[in-house]
Design a protein around this ligand. Structure first.
Ligand code: SF4
Length: 293
């Protein structure tokens, strides 16, 4: 029998502060303001990792939610066809500029096709079929703010334990923002009254699950204290720019932002220009904090 969390089966209304919004505030309050409040127009980005991650998530969301793992070949052929359809959908939404499509399409489909089978096998080995829900909307009141997220995967194990897992399209497990799964776990805890037992990431390119080490009530308390301070700043309208290598690297306004230009000028004048093309910016290094679940 398929396990379902009845509480989550209805679509929730849009959260006042979702992870998507909160994470951009963490990167830079000014970036948050431009993205979510003043809605300043930004150039379209077509990062192959982002499209790869969106499609892999969509495939496995359908695979578990529509119970396609019941198919004789566990859905590998179905996934390959569905991947092409999902890519067409993203193209029709103009997530990929016209000029890049001829190069982009074969590259992203080759990536996806090489990852489908190992990921399916790993899901089956871990028993993530009937006990998993994907793309789960969660909302909860937390003091004066309503927070929310879409959890990539919620796994309810037979022993009653619950894992919150986020799918990752990145090539490396070294730079991952731990805060996202902690945010999702907090939403789950507030909505259901149960503290998730484990939080972690599933890396599509490696078919590998890693766990954020040390997760528990104490870690959640620390996370809540910091998050509460940041939310209070956000709600009070503090949108001061906080340029840094980390925050500006992935900002769509990085080429035109005065504060970033000032930061680079400052570094240049000190003959200490930071590398703006490094991998810094994809999050904090969690390699030492993750272990196989
Ligand atoms: S370029 Fe940097 S400082 Fe400017 S808005 Fe973006 S993240 Fe903030």
């Amino acid at each position: 029998m398929t396990m379902r969390l009845e509480k989550f089966t209805n679509q929730c209304p849009v959260a006042e502060v979702s992870w998507w919004k909160y994470s951009s505030y963490l990167l830079c309050p000014q970036q948050y303001n431009w993205k979510h409040i003043s809605r300043k127009s930004a150039p379209k980005d077509s990062k192959i990792n982002a499209v790869f991650g969106i499609i892999m998530q969509k495939l496995f969301e359908r695979w578990v939610n529509e119970e396609r793992y019941e198919n004789t070949n566990n859905g590998i052929d179905w996934m390959r066809i569905a991947a092409e359809n999902e890519l067409y959908i993203l193209e029709s939404k103009e997530r990929i500029p016209w000029g890049e499509r001829d190069i982009f399409r074969p590259a992203v489909l080759a990536d996806i096709n090489s990852c489908i089978e190992p990921c399916i096998q790993q899901f089956i080995i871990m028993g993530w079929t009937k006990n998993t829900m994907s793309e789960v909307p969660i909302e909860a009141d937390w003091g004066n703010v309503r927070i929310g997220c879409r959890a990539d995967f919620i796994i309810q194990n037979k022993d009653g334990s619950v894992w919150i897992v986020d799918g990752k399209g990145s090539k490396s497990t070294s730079y991952t923002v731990k805060e996202q799964v902690k945010w999702n776990a907090l939403c789950y805890h507030l909505a259901t009254g149960k503290l998730p037992d484990k939080v972690g990431f599933f890396y599509w390119r490696k078919a590998k699950l890693v766990q954020v080490r040390g997760w528990g009530a104490e870690e959640e308390k620390k996370f809540c204290d910091v998050t509460r301070l940041n939310l209070n700043k956000l709600i009070s309208g503090n949108f001061e720019a906080e340029p840094s290598e980390n925050s500006c690297m992935w900002c769509p306004w990085r080429e035109t932002c005065e504060q970033r230009t000032d930061m680079i000028r400052d570094y240049s004048s000190k003959d200490n220009l930071p590398s703006m093309t490094s991998t810094i910016g994809d999050g904090d290094n969690v390699e030492s904090d993750i272990v196989a679940m």
